[in-house]
Design a protein around this ligand. Structure first.
Ligand code: AMP
Length: 193
């Protein structure tokens, strides 16, 4: 499978996240997967890419031209393919189009944005690809609580919890991602409005 990994650009996070995501990258390759990601050289984007690279896997990085021109973020320099669109919107579209599944590792605003976009598109039945949150060290506990609370209060249908998996267990993460027998919903089942 082509797995899109969304994750932190920041190089100043605790190294325990870096190590765990490098390991995840290696595991991806040992299970026959390739990587699509935001092309960053630092943080958890860099970690995923280094893990995949160390295990000999294939990497597609997607990073807008202005990242290079304006030195926004370090760019991974060993991608098999580096796609450089003009805009952030194009970047996300290319990442989505080239992925069979999504893994969200800890990250900041950019990662949250990517997660919510892919989740809303699944809720609207624009795709039915697995979305798995790798909840390392409980990083996403609070975010998950926010979603559950919104479900309790009927802002989100409760069955939207079927749209993603959240786990800190690598085996469970991949088992979910690799299960192509995803239940298909209709928009009306997933959304009031
Ligand atoms: P962060 O989680 O904030 O460290 O960002 C992770 C990646 O998402 C970085 O490469 C950001 O540049 C990127 N990013 C931030 N905002 C957006 C956006 N609106 N669309 C696509 N990628 C974004």
């Amino acid at each position: 499978m082509r797995i899109c990994v969304y994750g932190a650009a920041s190089p100043t996070i605790d190294p325990k996240y870096i190590e765990a995501v490098e390991k995840m990258g290696k595991e991806m390759v040992s299970r026959g997967h390739s990587l699509v990601f935001g092309g960053g050289g630092n943080g958890l984007m860099g970690a995923a890419a280094r893990g995949v690279r160390a295990a000999g896997g294939h990497i597609i990085g997607v990073i807008p031209k202005f990242f290079d021109e304006e030195k926004v973020e370090a760019i991974c320099d060993f991608c098999d393919e580096l796609i450089q669109p003009n805009t952030m919107r194009e970047r996300k579209q290319i990442m989505e189009d080239n992925a069979d599944a999504f893994i969200v590792v800890p990250g900041g605003i950019g990662t949250f944005e990517e997660f919510f976009e892919i989740l809303t598109l699944k809720q609207l039945c624009r795709h039915n690809k697995p979305i798995a949150i790798y909840n390392l060290n409980g990083y996403y506990n609070e975010l998950h609580m926010v979603l559950l609370e919104a479900m309790k209060k009927n802002f989100i249908r409760e069955n939207c919890s079927d749209l993603y998996e959240i786990t800190d267990d690598l085996e469970r993460l991949f088992a979910y991602v690799e299960n192509t027998d995803n239940k298909a919903h209709s928009v009306k089942e997933l959304k009031d409005g």
